[in-house]
Design a protein. Structure first.
Length: 280
């Protein structure tokens, strides 16, 4: 039996160039004593929440719900043993999700669009840019010519191996691909465990949350803590939303996410208190 509890997150600002809606809907699920998150992004091609749940009720899964069920199984096993999934592992440090990083963060990741202004970039930090494939190749070449040294640029334009290989040669900029497999022209893979299984690769892996519920965020943090990754991942995305009872149990030390106390992914009492409904 699968149970679920709907929720809503309220973003502090537009979260990327493709998503301007500030209210984000998702659902927590409970399966055999384990918990996980289902937080779709229809703007990025996911089926809407109602369709995700309707399919799951019929025993059909998507990339998102397959991962959710997998994390619920991992969580259930740890809860049955009375242990935290973060015992004995270290969550990697994170980049700051925005331009104005507080003390403790040495890397920023900035969401950009066609109206990108290079003068807005901060100094004194490592810079990662994400255009969410909103440019074409020539527009990116023009922007790249104005950039200071950056660590990488994520999804400057839709991925095409020939185009990206030429972009690297013309600009000298390292390119990162989100939600894709390794291919020509790709230096860095940005991986979201909420919808992807990690590949075997020699490329740099930057593991990030799905800008989802804190429970989903912790699932990504667990994967990052148990995988060889970049020295800076994207695991503090609860800061993009207005606080809620779950995010208030998260802490940051330096640039590192600190998980809550409890078994499995944590949040024991809060999860037990959710208004669970049977998925039918």
């Amino acid at each position: 039996m699968i149970r679920y509890a709907p929720y809503e997150l309220v973003a502090r600002r537009a979260l990327n160039a493709r998503a301007t809606e500030l209210r984000r809907r998702g659902a927590l699920i409970k399966v055999d004593g384990g918990f996980a998150d289902v937080h779709p992004w229809p703007e990025l091609g996911d089926a809407p929440l109602e369709e995700q749940l309707a399919l799951l009720a019929r025993g059909e899964t998507t990339a998102l719900t397959r991962a959710s069920l997998r994390f619920a199984t991992i969580d259930a096993a740890a809860r049955a043993e009375g242990r935290s999934l973060f015992d004995g592992v270290t969550i990697p440090e994170s980049h700051w999700p925005g331009a104005e990083a507080p003390a403790g963060f040495d890397t920023v990741k900035i969401k950009c669009g066609p109206d990108f202004d290079v003068s807005s970039l901060p100094g004194g930090v490592r810079i990662r840019l994400d255009f969410n494939a909103t440019l074409d190749a020539e527009a990116f070449v023009k922007i790249a010519a104005t950039l200071p040294a950056v660590e990488f640029v994520e999804d400057p334009c839709p991925y095409d191996p020939v185009v990206w290989r030429e972009l690297r040669e013309r600009t000298g900029v390292r390119l990162a691909l989100d939600r894709g497999d390794e291919g020509e022209g790709v230096d860095v893979l940005v991986m979201k465990p909420a919808v992807q299984e990690l590949p075997r690769t020699a490329r740099e892996l930057v593991i990030t949350s799905y800008m989802d519920h804190p429970l989903g965020q912790l699932a990504a943090a667990y994967v990052a803590a148990t995988t060889a990754t970049s020295d800076r991942c994207g695991l503090v995305t609860h800061l993009l939303y207005e606080p809620n009872e779950f995010s208030e149990q998260l802490r940051i030390e330096g640039a590192r996410l600190v998980p809550p106390r409890g078994n499995g992914f944590g949040f024991d009492e809060l999860l037990d208190a959710q208004p669970w409904r049977t998925l039918t």
